[in-house]
Design a protein around this ligand. Structure first.
Ligand code: MD3
Ligand code: FE
Length: 201
């Protein structure tokens, strides 16, 4: 089911239900483990992160950026699985963005009590490309506003298998995830996994 939630933003409910996605996440985490990154201000980010693809999103005392190598292992981030690439391209095309070629996939892991505060995604060189985000495991509520920090936000529930595509006028929208509620998911246990596909360069 397509759920248009604003100009340039659409939820594709149940678009990512293939259990192979979670096997791929486990494979990635076996090479580049989930870890807490630091903010430039020296605080620890509550969400645990890893990446796959040619570039990975990194945050540390020096700032936010995309890097070809995992700073934890000193090796390249694991390759983007073929199924990830296909899923992201199919979702983007379905939402009206044909030709999406993501080179970065950030993998976020939430446990109950963790949130992601309101922010914009603007560390990417190509802001014409959309972002595709995949939700797995425990449900979450995400907040989605406008291009200005003070714009009113709307809340939407995201469940296992939901995919959201953001582009055009929604690309620089402020967004975040409310504190994850406790729960147990048959496939992910007490966690929520989010894959965020981007064109970083
Ligand atoms: C709206 N992740 O990694 S996905 C992030 O569920 C991030 O882990 C959240 O925000 C998560 O940066 C939210 C929904 C999302 C992703 C990217 C967006 C919403 C967006 C980019 C522009 C506008
Ligand atoms: Fe974001």
């Amino acid at each position: 089911r397509d759920d248009p939630i604003g100009p340039g933003a659409m939820i594709l409910r149940g678009f990512a239900l293939d259990p192979a996605i979670l096997a791929d996440v486990a494979h990635i985490a076996g090479i580049s483990p989930f870890r807490h990154m630091q903010t430039p201000g020296g605080r620890q980010i509550g969400v645990e992160m890893t990446n796959c693809g040619a570039l990975g999103w990194v945050s540390d005392r020096h700032g936010y950026r995309y890097e070809p190598d995992d700073p934890l292992t000193g090796r390249p981030w694991p390759e983007m699985p073929a199924g990830f690439l296909r899923l992201a391209q199919e979702a983007a095309a379905h939402a009206g963005f044909p030709g999406f070629r993501p080179d970065a996939c950030l993998v976020n892991r939430y446990v109950p009590g963790v949130k992601m505060g309101l922010h914009q995604d603007r560390d990417e060189a190509d802001l014409d490309a959309p972002i595709v985000s995949v939700s797995l495991g425990l449900p979450a509520t995400f907040q989605f506003g406008g291009p200005q920090r003070g714009d009113p936000v709307k809340k939407h529930a995201l469940e296992h298998g939901d995919v959201v595509v953001w582009g055009g006028p929604a690309r620089l929208a402020w967004h975040g995830i409310l504190t994850l509620k406790r729960g147990e998911h048959p496939l992910t246990g007490a966690t929520r996994i989010n894959l965020t596909f981007r064109r970083a360069r």
